[in-house]
Design a protein around this ligand. Structure first.
Ligand SMILES: Nc1ncnc2c1ncn2[C@@H]1O[C@H](COP(=O)(O)OP(=O)(O)OP(=O)(O)O)[C@@H](O)[C@H]1O
Ligand SMILES: [Mg+2]
Length: 257
């Protein structure tokens, strides 16, 4: 895939400023008898083109945050500005429109449509966006080739390995050239080699200008990002620049030999 998608997007809306901005965001899950705090007064900015990893123990609020960033859920209180726009006042239709145009979401469990070819899975978001058939087919082929599945376009998800399924899911997330890619434990179901391939793919997308946010439990996976946010009990505990990229480590090891 050419880098032009993200580049054009950046130029078109080159307003500067953060792509994502959270202001005193609170998420409370109301389960009837019990109210559970998902996020507690979170303020945070993520700039265009950043590559961010989110870490934290189970139940610390990572998925809650990703679902809000991805417009899959709404905050209870506070504001979420995406690309300068306050999402609070938007209708469900407006939110799904934003989701389709601006956000590519990658899930731990791939969420592909079964008994449907890789090609058709990748075409789907473009169908929703009313991209003409010939164009969406060509783009789906280009994206699948890009993620290394050029020879497997007609395969069904159950005929593919976990790593291959996740690459289909990433191709699908890229279909409408979103400036923002969100991934919630994308390597959670993968072996180490496939996990590294997936993270290298995210790294390339970041280098082409996409903003990438990845949730992970593993330090080695977070090490691919440039900034690491750590959560605990719905609060941001730390926000650090990562100086421990795997390629930096490899170079240091080579230099030491
Ligand atoms: N739909 C829901 N209804 C009620 N409570 C919820 C719901 N979703 C999440 N929670 C609660 O909100 C808190 C944060 O959950 P969240 O799923 O964001 O954690 P997480 O950091 O993604 O954890 P994990 O690493 O296990 O995926 C937890 O206490 C959880 O029980
Ligand atoms: Mg989670």
């Amino acid at each position: 895939m050419a880098a032009s998608g993200h580049e054009l997007e950046k130029r078109a809306d080159g307003k500067g400023g953060p792509l994502l901005r959270l202001e005193n965001l609170v998420k409370i899950y109301d389960t009837g008898a019990l109210k559970v705090m998902g996020l507690h007064k979170l303020s945070l900015e993520i700039n265009r083109g950043e590559f961010v990893a989110i870490m934290g123990h189970s139940g610390s609020g990572k998925s809650t945050l990703m679902n809000i960033l991805g417009c899959l859920d709404r905050p209870t209180l506070g504001h979420y500005y995406l690309d300068g726009q306050d999402t609070a006042g938007l209708t469900s239709d407006e939110l799904s429109d934003i989701r389709n145009r601006k956000i590519g979401f990658v899930f731990q469990s791939f969420n592909l449509i079964s008994r449907t070819s890789a090609l058709k899975n990748v075409e789907l978001p473009m169908t929703y966006a009313r991209v003409p058939k010939a164009r969406r087919r060509a783009r789906a082929q280009e994206l699948l080739t890009r993620v290394g599945l050029g020879a497997r376009m007609d395969h069904m998800p159950n005929e593919m390995s976990g790593g291959q399924r996740q690459r289909v899911a990433i191709a699908r997330a890229l279909a409408n050239q979103p400036p923002l890619i969100l991934a919630d434990e994308p390597t959670g179901n993968l072996d180490t080699a496939s996990s590294i391939e997936i993270m290298e793919l995210f790294r390339q997308l970041h280098e082409e200008g996409a903003t990438v946010v990845v949730v992970t439990h593993e330090e080695d996976i977070a090490a691919f990002a440039d900034r690491i946010l750590r959560f605990g009990d719905g609060k941001l505990l730390s926000d650090e620049i990562n100086r421990n990229h795997p390629w930096t480590r490899k170079k240091e090891e080579a230099d030491a030999d």
